[in-house]
Design a protein around this ligand. Sequence first.
Ligand SMILES: Cc1cc2nc3c(=O)[nH]c(=O)nc-3n(C[C@H](O)[C@H](O)[C@H](O)COP(=O)(O)OP(=O)(O)OC[C@H]3O[C@@H](n4cnc5c(N)ncnc54)[C@H](O)[C@@H]3O)c2cc1C
Length: 97
Amino acid sequence: MAFGPKRWVNALARLRPDLELEPDSAIVSRWDDDPWAWGAYSANSRASPLDSEELRRPVGPLSFAGEHTAGAWHGLMEGALRSGRRAAQELLQSAGR
Ligand SMILES: Cc1cc2nc3c(=O)[nH]c(=O)nc-3n(C[C@H](O)[C@H](O)[C@H](O)COP(=O)(O)OP(=O)(O)OC[C@H]3O[C@@H](n4cnc5c(N)ncnc54)[C@H](O)[C@@H]3O)c2cc1C
């Protein structure tokens, strides 16, 4: 349980007491035992530039989040968080809210 979500949920509750958390549905994903992740993040270079506009462009009702869509914040937790907020905002707008 040392690597379970409880420790992180408790820390988040202390950090953001304004949030209504659902601790029983929290999960922890780790790079080293996640068969989908394999511990990677996007890299932007002259030889392989990221087309952020295209990567974050909604397709029909789908909005895309993830550090790879975050422009200057790509490759960072900050980018992941910002992209999630942006994608949520897109969904709210498309739902007329
Ligand atoms: C070794 C390492 C060190 C890092 N250090 C830092 C650091 O110090 N500071 C920092 O800011 N950032 C750091 N990062 C980068 C940071 O962790 C990432 O930018 C951030 O976690 C990306 O979040 P995300 O939500 O975009 O993607 P992820 O956290 O990768 O989440 C994507 C999720 O989608 C799931 N998934 C993928 N494919 C499928 C599928 N087909 N079906 C269902 N689920 C799927 C994956 O399992 C994963 O849970 C580091 C990354 C690595 C690998």
